[in-house]
Ligand binder design. Structure first.
Ligand SMILES: [Cu+2]
Length: 660
């Protein structure tokens, strides 16, 4: 909702209330492009920020934290099964049954062109009830002044003894361009606010990307992308296990057309494949009753086509078609002294085949207003692929051999109107459906450390659907942007774990077994506001607010809903110096879900101070930045942090960047 920034050729995003955070020198169009840069500085607080740090500052995003790395992004009040996270429009599925590897860990800010968040209306890229996070990959650029350019960064942070190193190198010719980058992060166990060290919170990872572009003619480009990500040890203090090794390989080939004056203005065809491997590790934990091996793998292949058709000065049609197939598997082997090893499939081998078509029609009934009608239909088919998997699920379910087929229907209408030169309003109504997740369908004794229950899937779940509405009002001048959005939705056939008192647990210490079932409905509502001010004397002010509310059909609060929260930044530039002061606060969350064993979270206040110095020597730019996060060493946690583990305390950082 924050910045309403149409990307080139993507005008419907402008009205649909979406956020596009531009990561760098992105070509943006529209009256708010000035505010973009301010907002970009606000989101990317320091150069070592991870993709999840950037997401955490966006008002519509809630991060579920289980360790220092691998936080799971949720949108507004929706849980992860209700939200789609994509990389450049590609589907990719984590390989961890415990959600340790949200897709956002595989993309570094260095790989990113922008983050596209869609919260209202129907997502063109996939059926879901909660919205979409699409991580747009950066593209190499042809015809640059300098044929070779690059950057190196190095940094240190005190709270976790953390090192950050990254490098980027680009080649640019008239017809072709190549971009490569690599990032290495290594953090020790961090120190919490005015307290001790949080054991098993360290991590180490390596990410690399290669992207090559070839100009076929004046309007068509061919592009190849490859992303490589390896995590060697990633600690999850809120979970009983850590990650020993995690690997993702993501590849795609695209053909893209961009011809502004043509009838078929924009086209893209893409084929892609990705695989994620995940291996959990309990060897660093003391007093483990029974050691376990828990590997998982996901493999996805897919293809997509997109086109934007200009139907005259005021009408436009965007079309998308996509297909994908995802194979998932995860198992658990338990080693108990003096007894035979016990092996079971936690995600019995399964395949999900998806195909969908989407269309968005934009038109302007008059010069002041626009209407966008979006629709998407998806066909899903999930089934078990091995006899072992079918044999295992026979224990629980009546017809494990049958495939689960669902036809998902989505429709939204958005109306937007300029009320005056500076005021603009948008209203959206939508109906959306989603496919149950593979854990909800096939999960077999998946231990959930949040409520301490083992979870079991069910293949005859009904399709979850939502009626959604939102309204926003924005005021913008050359120096000020104020926006306010309010939203409400009802989710029917809400999928949740329900306690099965007669079933025995598998995990030692688990309180019982819950099985996924459709509840009646959930009611959700909330509001977000943003204030951006280009103040005199090179000073900028950005402040964002959000409030979320969720309750089930009996009025019981839904779990993992953050309370009222505000983040504000003041930034001032003088000559080569930039100084920034951040304040983050949240009120206490008293609305908790007792069945999910949630407890009250106290409110907190946190301040950060940042200083940067930038200079040029010949053609090389140097930046030194430093600062102190959590200046007053506050002991705090957010409501969606698992395990009541406190966040890092005072953290002094320094970062040196050099680009040529
Ligand atoms: Cu895991």
């Amino acid at each position: 909702m924050l910045a309403v920034l149409p990307e080139v050729g993507n005008a419907q995003d402008a009205v649909r209330n979406d956020t596009v955070v531009a990561m760098d020198e992105v070509v943006v169009r529209g009256v708010l492009s000035d505010q973009t840069r301010q907002i970009k500085d606000f989101y990317v607080a320091n150069k070592a920020a991870t993709t999840e740090d950037i997401l955490a500052r966006m008002p519509e995003v809630t991060m579920v934290r289980r360790g220092s790395y691998g936080s799971e992004p949720l949108l507004r009040t929706y849980n992860s099964g209700q939200v789609s996270v994509l990389i450049d429009g590609m589907r990719i599925h984590g390989a961890c049954t415990d959600k340790m590897d949200p897709v956002t860990v595989y993309v570094e800010p260095q790989n990113l062109k922008g983050i596209n968040i869609q919260t209202s209306g129907v997502a063109q890229v996939g059926s879901n009830v909660g919205g979409t996070v699409d991580l747009r990959l950066r593209e190499p650029v042809c015809g640059c002044d300098r044929s070779v350019s690059g950057a190196v960064s190095s940094g240190y942070q005190s709270a976790a003894g953390y090192f950050y190193e990254s490098g980027q190198l680009s080649f640019s010719k008239e017809r072709w361009a190549v971009r490569t980058n690599a990032t290495y992060r290594k953090a020790g166990d961090y120190r919490a606010g005015s307290g001790g060290v949080v054991a098993n919170s360290r991590y180490e990872k390596m990410n690399a990307g290669l992207s090559a572009l070839y100009k076929l003619n004046s309007s068509w480009n061919a592009k190849a992308d490859f992303l490589y990500d390896d995590g060697y040890f990633i600690g999850y203090p809120a979970l009983p296990m850590d990650v020993g090794y995690a690997a993702a390989r993501i590849a795609s080939l695209s053909l893209m057309k961009w011809k502004p004056e043509a009838r078929w203005e924009r086209m893209q065809y893409k084929v892609y494949g990705n695989t994620v491997y995940h291996l959990m590790d309990d060897t660093h934990r003391p007093n483990v009753a029974m050691h376990m091996d828990m590997p998982g793998r996901s493999t996805t292949v897919g293809a997509l086509g997109e086109a934007t058709l200009r139907l005259g000065a005021s009408r436009q049609l965007s079309l998308r078609g996509d297909v994908s197939a995802t194979d998932l598997y995860a198992s658990m082997t338990m080693y108990q002294l003096g007894q035979p090893d016990m092996y079971m499939l936690t995600w019995p081998d399964n395949r999900t085949i998806q195909s969908g078509v989407a269309a968005t029609y934009t038109f302007h009934p008059d010069t002041l207003s626009s209407i966008i009608v979006s629709t998407r239909i998806d066909q899903f088919s999930s089934f078990l692929t091995t006899q072992d998997a079918r044999d295992q699920l026979t224990v629980l379910q009546e017809h494990p051999e049958r495939s689960v087929n669902r036809l998902l229907k989505n429709l939204s209408v958005a109306y937007s109107r300029d009320l005056s030169e500076h005021f603009k309003t948008t209203a959206t109504v939508a109906y959306a459906e989603r496919m149950p997740t593979q854990s909800e369908l096939y999960g077999f004794y998946l231990f959930n450390a949040f409520d301490n229950y083992d979870y079991i899937g069910r293949t005859n779940l009904k399709t979850e659907n939502a009626f959604k509405g939102d309204m926003s009002l924005s005021y913008s001048t050359s120096g000020v942007l104020v926006s306010l959005t309010a939203f409400a939705s009802r989710v029917n056939n809400y999928i949740m774990g329900v306690y099965e008192p007669t079933w025995g647990t598998m995990t030692i210490g688990a309180l019982g077994v819950k099985r996924y079932a459709n509840m009646g409905f959930g009611n959700m509502a909330g509001a977000e506001a943003a204030f951006v001010w280009k103040a005199p004397r090179a000073t900028q002010v950005v402040s964002t607010f959000r409030y979320n509310y969720g309750a089930d059909d009996k009025g019981v609060p839904l779990p993992l809903i953050n309370p009222f929260r505000n983040i504000s930044s003041v930034r001032k530039k003088k000559g080569k110096w930039t100084a920034q002061l951040d304040a983050e606060m949240a009120v206490a969350q008293d609305r908790v879900n007792v069945a999910a064993r949630e407890v009250r979270t106290p409110g907190f206040f946190k301040a950060n101070i940042r200083l940067a110095y930038a200079t040029m020597y010949r053609l090389t730019a140097f930046t030194i930045e430093g600062g102190c996060e959590n200046l007053f060493d506050a002991t705090y946690r957010e409501h969606t942090d698992w395990g009541r583990i406190y966040r890092p305390g005072r953290n002094i950082y320094i970062q040196v960047n050099c680009s040529f």
